[in-house]
Ligand binder design. Sequence first.
Ligand code: PLP
Length: 451
Amino acid sequence: MPDYDTQTLRDWDRRHIWHPFTQMKEWEESEPVVIVEGDGSWIVDSEGNRYLDGVAAIWTNVHGHCRHEINEALKAQVDRLEHSTLLGLTNDKAAVLAKRLAEITPSGLCKVFYSDNGSTAVEVGVKMAFQFWRHEGQPEKSRFISFTSAYHGDTLGAVSVGGIDLFHGVFRPLLFPTIQAPAPYCYRCPMGRGTPAACGMECLAELERIMESHAGEVAGLVIEPLVQGAGGMIVQPEGFLRGVRELCDRHDILMIADEVAVGFGRTGAMFACGREGITPDIMALSKGITAGYMPLAATLATQRVYDAFLGEYREMKTFFHGHTFTGNPLGCAVALASLDLFESDRLLEKLPKKINKLKEKLQGLIELGHVGDVRQCGMVAAVELVRDRATKEPFAWEERVGVRVCQEARTHGVFLRPLGNVIVIFPPLAITVEEIDFLVDGLAKSIRTVT
Ligand code: PLP
């Protein structure tokens, strides 16, 4: 139990914490739930209420909260070394983890650049790609293609390659301009078509037109593989990612895969790129890398990208980028313990059963009056609520339907977060099939009550 009573903690929070992505005027008038414990798929508040963690501690948790094996690895590491630096030194855990990441990521990614969150992992990738072409003698290749509704984080470089105006609009004057390609949001097809089968993925053809019209100018393309997360869990049609890889090859553009949200098993495979059999030139990882325990990130690159940075110091080919907690041994030790658990728990082998269970349960939601679309990719799903199913007219933003559904879900013991009118299902991968029942049943009741 916490050292202070709930009201005191709420009061100190309201007085002193500025919460992310939160209208604080509203928050100050609320009675925040104070989480004090985690236990498997559950989080527990200061009054002893248990909530099934339907967002996996904001898309990070893999093996459940407070896994004994990870706790032990962290305790052992903290008694040996809490931090040193990768400036002029290395450390054992960072070295072992880099080797293992190179082994498990798509073949060809062999160099690991550490940082500490998803935004920096992407930012590093963008800077690497930009500098790469300077060393290759093609400095005119300096622009980036990204997708509408893309989300790559909140530092300025990551925001620049993002495409969610609600989050990014106000910062536009601070950002570098990018070239935006239409996201394959099939429920609201940007090309005005129906299903991918009917359209033959016209959005890929459009991407190629965009590449042609910027021939010789583009350094890299940034993509969230298989699922665009914060943009609304937009699930890409099968083959789209492979098509993007082919186009990047044809136009000699570096492909930067942002697997911050989907890496480490979320889509049913260890990495989303692996599901389509592709290797990006650069890959950004964070969140699930430590199974939700510690802030750690890694940007992986191919030998080709890395080699472009080699030279005499005076040639100024060094990658001048780094963060204080780069390669932090606590984070790396936890990441290694998590990789061990993937193996000892045979986590990936167990996923198909859970994925099918989730699929079967989602079928029940499709029938509900205001459910416009239900989409799923592995262990991530989204339910898009609409005012009118026939016209796909969305609920107005001010109605806060998504927020109200998630509030209601708490009364059924489920913690969820919306993305506008989209309810996200993103539980720890260790969730049991019985807990999947509980989660989706709680969501169904909440949708019925609110809409
Ligand atoms: N990239 C993707 C795909 C994400 O979903 C996120 C966060 O949700 C980020 C990058 C940014 O990660 P962080 O919040 O750790 O900076």
